[in-house]
Design a protein. Structure first.
Length: 201
C-alpha cells in the first residue's frame, strides 16, 4: 500500500466519522471502498468499529472544522494499516477520540501517535505498572514489575527507552525510585478513555 492510498483511506474515514453519531454504514462503506486489501480491510473494520463504539458511548460529536482531529485521523490511519494487535487498535481508537480534545496540542498529539506506533505493548504495560505504583514503596513497585518481567535484561531495554522519551524518571530523595513522569501520565491519558488506565493491557 503506498502513501497516497493510505491518505485516501484517512480522508474517507474522516468523511464517515465527522458529525455522524451514530455513524454506522458511511464509515465502513467509504473506508472499505478506497482500499481492498483483505488483511488491511479487516484491520480498518476492527478499528473503525472501536472508534464508533467509543463515540457512541461518549455521545461525542467531532466538529467538522477540527483540523487537529483531521490530521490525527490521517496519521492514525497510516498506523492502523501496519497494526494487527487488537490492543494496539484499541489504543489507536482512544487516541483518535482524544486528539479532538483541547488538552492535547497538535504537536504533542503527533508525537504521541508516533510513540503509539513505535512502542510495543510491553512498553505500554511497563509504563502502566509504574503508573499503578507511583504512590507505593520501591519494594511494592519492584515486586509488581519483576513479577511481570522474568528477564532483567529485557526489562532494561524497555525501561531505557521510556527514560529516553521522558516517560520515566527518578525521585529526588533517598529512595531514588523510578517513577512515571508527567509526560508519561499524559501519554497514558491520551491512549485511554476518560483519563483512566486500562489495567488489562
Amino acid at each position: 500500500m503506498n502513501k497516497d492510498n493510505i491518505n485516501d483511506v484517512g480522508i474517507a474515514t474522516v468523511k464517515g466519522c465527522v458529525g455522524l453519531i451514530p455513524f454506522v454504514g458511511p464509515l465502513f462503506s467509504e473506508l472499505i471502498g478506497v482500499y481492498t486489501n483483505k488483511k488491511a480491510t479487516k484491520r480498518f473494520e476492527q478499528w473503525a468499529k472501536l472508534v464508533e463504539e467509543r463515540l457512541e458511548k461518549l455521545d461525542k460529536k467531532i466538529d467538522e472544522d477540527n483540523e487537529k482531529f483531521y490530521s490525527a485521523m490521517v496519521k492514525t490511519t497510516q498506523i492502523v494499516a501496519k497494526t494487527h494487535q487488537k490492543e494496539k487498535l484499541e489504543y489507536l481508537a482512544n487516541a483518535l477520540i482524544n486528539s479532538a480534545d483541547v488538552d492535547f496540542d497538535e504537536e504533542l498529539t503527533q508525537i504521541f501517535l508516533e510513540l503509539v506506533e513505535r512502542y510495543t505493548l510491553t512498553h505500554i504495560k511497563l509504563l502502566n505498572l509504574y503508573y499503578q505504583t507511583m504512590n507505593g514503596s520501591r519494594k511494592i513497585q519492584s515486586d509488581l514489575i519483576n513479577g511481570y518481567f522474568r528477564d532483567d535484561s529485557s526489562l532494561n531495554i524497555y525501561t531505557n527507552q521510556l527514560f529516553i522519551d521522558g516517560m520515566l524518571g527518578y525521585t529526588n530523595d533517598a529512595e531514588d525510585k523510578t517513577v512515571i513522569m508527567p509526560l508519561g501520565e499524559k501519554f497514558l491519558k491520551f491512549i485511554t478513555i476518560n483519563g483512566g488506565v486500562n489495567d488489562e493491557k
